[in-house]
Design a protein around this ligand. Structure first.
Ligand code: G3I
Length: 462
């Protein structure tokens, strides 16, 4: 039996002191900022998700987009998660858009970022029917050519990141809903043996990497998950290298399968790890507090199903913020599927994950909070916004005050009237946006100038 990846000596330990020290400093900074801006979930003493997960020896990961790994997005990705998955950057179409011409820039950037933040990387994905380059998808290949292409691709990509990518989704989405094999480039050309070939090639390229088959709608016990179960049982019996199964978990509000823990357990009983690899829980928009409460319960149910089985390594969310989620593009009218809203404010789902991992955060009841963020910044100026949101409470008018540091000055505001006297900024609602209903929010914006540094101030609502 291969050991589960966590705590094995061949990699940086998730709980290593070095990682904790660096992670803690950054995490503490972000936790402080969250508290200063009145984020609804937390006070400064709350540990980030990754510290809770590390303490349990579990993964809490997120899919990321390389180009976004700066500013608030980068801070949260680095501070809250102990694993990263490139959402698109490692797919064949991304890395070899033209045959023989490679673009590793975003994949390299994400792996570098992960290492700088003491995080592990989940490689996604090597053999899939989607997001392949046109030259590959539209080519005509003999079985021998196809096999060569696949094996070379795996050798190149896994070899490039040898020792740096802890686990690979080697084969992605091989099944139809009824449990039959999906008719793909690979299946049609090579038969079901493409799966064993791919796993064998990946093991050869990095013997230390954990090798997974990953699919969706396999979270509960059903025809598709049973087909996956039969496949991995047979692969193991034949000695084909396979370490785990990935349950993507693209779920719908209120529809966490009741058999999820049982399903995870049956894979674990085969001697395999199970990872929740692409967790999100979508809803019909607009979100409201009832839906967000249900979503939190759903996230907690998924986390608990995983945490109840020791071989379940943990969960990765498919984007941590609603501003970086595939759902609205693919399911028009649906969204709000991730633990943070579009303004990087943690939602009840964040608290649910936090609590499932052993955190003691309790949501404030009946609160309106103000969140200050810098939306863009240049050498001497910046644009910022304050979002006032109410949950279990409401406002008929509002004032938002804060104290700037040296060199910060507000120059212009919209959707509010703002004045600055010394370092004190006072903003009050415009005639048309004083009302903030329960479950609603109001945002106002401003331009400012800065010198030295441009820290985020604490906003007081009055
Ligand atoms: O990069 C181009 C950009 O240049 C162009 O302007 C834009 C216009 O549409 O498209 C951009 O590419 C998009 C790409 O995401 C990057 O944002 C593609 O159109 C879009 O199709 C692609 O969607 C990705 C999807 O896989 C493709 O199937 C999602 O981001 C990604 O989250 C999603 O992830 C998959 C997992 O790999 C496997 N499991 C299901 C999951 C959700 O579909």
């Amino acid at each position: 039996m291969r050991l589960p990846h966590i705590g094995t000596p061949r990699r940086r330990s998730l709980g290593s002191l070095g990682s904790l020290r660096g992670g803690w400093a950054l995490a503490a900074l972000v936790a402080c900022l969250a508290a200063l801006v009145g984020a609804p979930s937390a006070h400064a003493a709350d540990p980030p998700l990754r510290d809770l997960a590390d303490a349990k020896g579990k993964v809490i990961g997120t899919a990321v987009t390389g180009s976004k790994l700066t500013g608030t997005y980068g801070e949260i990705a680095g501070a809250q998660f102990n694993w990263l998955t490139p959402g698109n950057a490692m797919k064949w179409g991304s890395v070899e858009p033209t045959r023989g011409s490679f673009d590793w820039a975003e994949a390299d950037q994400i792996v570098d970022f992960a290492e700088a933040h003491g995080q592990e990387v989940r490689g996604h994905t090597l053999v899939w029917h989607s997001q392949n380059p046109n030259w590959l998808a539209n080519g005509t290949w003999t079985p021998a050519q196809l096999s060569q292409l696949m094996n070379d691709h795996i050798a190149l990509e896994v070899g490039r990141y040898k020792g740096r990518v802890a686990a690979w989704d080697v084969v992605n989405e091989p099944f139809n809903e009824d449990g039959s094999y999906r008719q793909t480039l690979w299946y049609n050309g090579l038969g079901v043996d493409y799966i064993a070939q791919a796993l064998t090639a990946a093991r050869a390229a990095d013997p230390a990497a954990e090798l997974y088959i990953n699919d969706y709608n396999v979270e509960g016990v059903n025809a598709k998950s049973t087909a996956l179960y039969n496949l991995v049982r047979d692969l193991k019996a034949r000695g084909v290298p396979i370490d785990g199964v990935g349950l993507q978990a693209h779920l719908i509000l209120g529809q966490v399968p009741s058999t999820m823990q049982q399903n995870i357990q049956r894979f674990a009983d085969l001697g395999l790890d199970v990872a929740i690899t692409e967790l999100d829980i979508r809803m019909q928009l607009p979100a409201d507090s009832a839906k967000l409460t249900q979503q939190a319960a759903d996230y907690k149910a998924v986390m608990n199903a995983c945490l109840a089985v020791s071989r379940c390594t943990g969960a990765t969310v498919w984007g941590f913020t609603d501003s970086d989620s595939w759902i609205p593009d693919t399911f028009p009218g649906q969204g709000a599927a991730t633990p943070y809203d579009e303004n990087y404010q943690p939602k009840p789902a964040y608290r649910a994950i936090h609590e499932a991992l052993g955190g003691t955060t309790t949501p404030p009841t009946g609160a309106c909070t103000a969140a200050y963020s810098v939306t863009s910044q240049w050498d001497t100026g910046f644009t910022g916004q304050v979002r006032i949101a109410c949950s279990g409470a409401a406002l008929s008018s509002w004032k938002a005050d804060w104290t700037f540091g040296a060199g910060q000055r507000i120059t212009q505001a919209w959707n509010a009237t703002c004045t600055q006297s010394g370092a004190t900024v006072r903003c009050s609602n415009a005639s048309y946006n004083g009302t903030v209903p329960d479950g609603g929010s109001v945002t106002f914006g401003f331009n400012g100038s800065w010198s030295g540094s441009n820290p985020v101030p604490m906003v007081t609502l009055g």
